[in-house]
Design a protein around this ligand. Structure first.
Ligand SMILES: [Zn+2]
Length: 132
């Protein structure tokens, strides 16, 4: 009984007409998702140099890390494509390690990025360097 009275009384009062626009709703949802994502990924940094790379460059690094790439070792041993996994340099399978560390075929290019000796791990997980 009291609820009915209060409802009738409330409906006769001035109604709140503020509505959330689609843009406001989108902004609120994005902010909430971003906050949740940052909590779930505490090591994420907007200053990560990986993010300064373009999509193609990021993809190459990711493929090298995952060992899932278009180099002969993966193409031949995993995807059964090609005649052999051997690198044209002749030193062994053409892999991310070969390209980034030992293959003489790309030594000049490799040296132009990193003249000093650098480990494979440093190259794929370390600082991003631009060609000198
Ligand atoms: Zn090679």
């Amino acid at each position: 009984m009291k609820a009915d009275t209060l409802a009738k009384q409330g409906s006769s009062m001035q109604q709140n007409t503020t509505e959330t626009t689609l843009e406001e709703a989108k902004t609120n949802i994005k902010a909430e998702v971003r906050t949740k994502w940052i909590k779930q990924h505490p090591s994420f940094s907007i200053h990560d140099q990986y993010l300064s790379l373009n999509r193609e460059e990021q993809t190459i690094i990711f493929q090298f890390i995952a060992r899932h790439n278009r180099l002969r070792k993966h193409m031949y041993t995993k995807l059964k494509i090609g005649k052999a996994s051997i690198c044209p340099c002749g030193q062994g399978p053409q892999s991310a390690e070969d390209i980034l560390q030992t293959s003489p075929n790309v030594a000049t290019l490799r040296h132009s990025f990193r003249p000093e000796p650098t480990t494979f791990t440093e190259k794929i997980h370390g600082k991003v360097l631009r060609k000198a």
